[in-house]
Design a protein around this ligand. Structure first.
Ligand code: PHE
Length: 459
């Protein structure tokens, strides 16, 4: 069982912000977001996304933070302490995290693959970026190298978890700002490539006829995924905070940082799509195939590309460790399993499931092993995993978290915790209470149901 005694606390507010922002900023911002913005119509999607983050994202995050800090426990223990019947919501989050990590590690492996490619083989990447990307995924035969790199990524994640995350937290003090600056630089370059202005226009042009239930559900799922919400990660992180920390400003800072990174990535990648004409059918190719066009066009492109994939890898690791820590600490603290053994078993299962994610992208479709809707356009197993987490499990987790705070634990208690018993000012407290009690559960609930009814038919 978990105990509240002897629990470490973050040494500084900056340490907490970096860890929580490190969890939030990851592949979701750079690999997923631009592809979704592109597919869902550009400007209108951006507006929907920003509204969802500002209203739903911030309030769900605050709800998770207050649960965590109040109880100083992991997600399951925290909910159970506040109400003995509600521990299962934390359990749902652990399951979601497990599924996410199966495919997250595969894409993390692709970043390592590209680091190696930019060191040894950049001319081949640049000669035909799309062919190279598809080749990595098995267009020319079994994608053994991609799978091995995914194994390396998973191993590194597990290794960091077993040796403590203090080291990467120190590194993120330097590397996160570097990533931020590099993204701004690359965004500016991408937007000034010949032909890129069409992409900028696409991202700024607001046409609400492109918005349907699928687009709204996509934006909602993407917001939860990107902010690491709906699976208890933020509950766990806040459990290490003391009442001296201001949850209100921390929520704002983390949401703004994460959203800025997603927007920078969008305004870097979509203009590059228009400038280079490389528009992969699947979301994954954007951060890999499309960006080659940007690196080719800048002096020192090989080095910049290398730096970019290294930082992307680092951002991915600070996210993957936050998910794995949740799964492992649950099994250790709540189920009494031994830590090292748990890590090995969990990692092995994740790896086996994850391999099918990579294989389903291209290889299985080509071999006809997996039934595909549109050839390379629709990797069924991969999409299934992402739909399951982004469109169903994460929104469900957020739904139950807000319902719990609004109706079971009580918004008064949550606000009391948010302000550290009145120490910090929370002018928007009534708005927060209203959102958590009514709007969040209703909106999230309606979108989940609408998505299930209408969304499944559309990719
Ligand atoms: N937010 C991370 C990203 O954008 C992924 C993540 C999801 C991490 C859920 C923790 C929990 O890449």
């Amino acid at each position: 069982m978990s105990t509240t005694e002897n629990r470490a606390e973050f040494g500084s507010t900056l340490g907490f912000i970096l860890s929580a922002a490190g969890s939030a900023v990851g592949l979701g911002n750079i690999w997923k977001f631009p592809g979704k913005a592109y597919a869902c119509g550009g400007g209108a999607f951006l507006i929907i996304y920003l509204i969802i983050v500002a209203l739903v994202g911030t309030t769900v995050m605050m709800a998770e933070f207050t649960i965590g800090r109040k109880t100083h426990k992991n997600a399951v223990g925290a909910l159970r302490e506040l109400n003995s019947k509600w521990g299962w919501v934390g359990g749902l989050g652990i399951l979601t995290g497990f599924i996410i990590l199966c495919y997250y590690c595969q894409v993390g492996g692709w970043t390592l693959y590209y680091i190696a490619a930019y060191i040894t083989d950049v001319q081949t990447v640049w000669a035909d970026p799309m062919a190279y990307f598809l080749g990595m995924l098995g267009a020319n035969g079994f994608p053994l190298a991609a799978i091995i790199w995914a194994l390396v990524f998973l191993f590194l994640t597990a290794f960091i978890i077993s040796h403590g995350t203090a080291g990467i937290e120190k590194m993120s003090k330097i590397l996160m700002p570097v990533l931020f600056i590099l993204l701004i630089g690359l965004m500016i370059r991408a937007c000034t490539l010949p032909g890129a202005d069409e992409g900028v226009k696409y991202m700024l042009h607001v046409d609400f006829s492109t918005i349907n239930t699928t687009a709204i559900l996509t934006a909602l799922g993407q917001a939860f995924f990107s902010l690491s919400l709906g699976m208890g990660v933020m509950i766990t992180y806040a459990s290490y905070l003391s009442s001296d920390d201001n949850l209100i400003s921390n929520t704002g800072i983390i949401c703004v940082l994460d959203t800025c990174v997603a927007l920078f990535a969008g305004f870097m990648i979509i203009p590059a799509v228009f400038a280079t004409g490389i528009a992969p059918g699947m979301g994954g190719g954007f951060a890999f195939a499309t960006l080659a066009g940007v690196f080719m066009a800048i002096p020192g492109g090989q080095f910049m590309g290398l730096l970019f994939y290294f930082l992307l890898f680092f951002a991915a690791v600070t996210s993957s460790t936050s998910i794995l820590e949740g799964t492992v600490s649950f099994l250790v603290e709540e189920k009494g399993m031994e830590r090292k053994k748990t890590l090995v078993i969990v990692s092995c299962i994740m790896f086996v499931i994850g391999v099918f994610y990579t294989l389903s992208q291209v290889f299985m479709n080509l071999k006809g092993i997996w039934i595909s809707k549109d050839g390379l356009q629709f990797p069924i197993f991969g999409d299934f995993l992402e739909y399951l987490t982004d469109r169903l499990l994460l929104p469900l987790g957020a739904f139950f978290t807000t319902f719990f705070v609004g109706w079971i634990w009580g918004t008064d208690k949550s606000i009391e915790e948010a302000t550290s018993d009145g120490k910090f000012k929370f002018g928007l407290a009534p708005v927060y209470a209203f959102m958590v009690k009514f709007i969040d559960p209703i909106v999230i609930g309606v979108i989940i149901v609408a998505g299930m009814v209408f969304g499944m038919a559309i990719s």
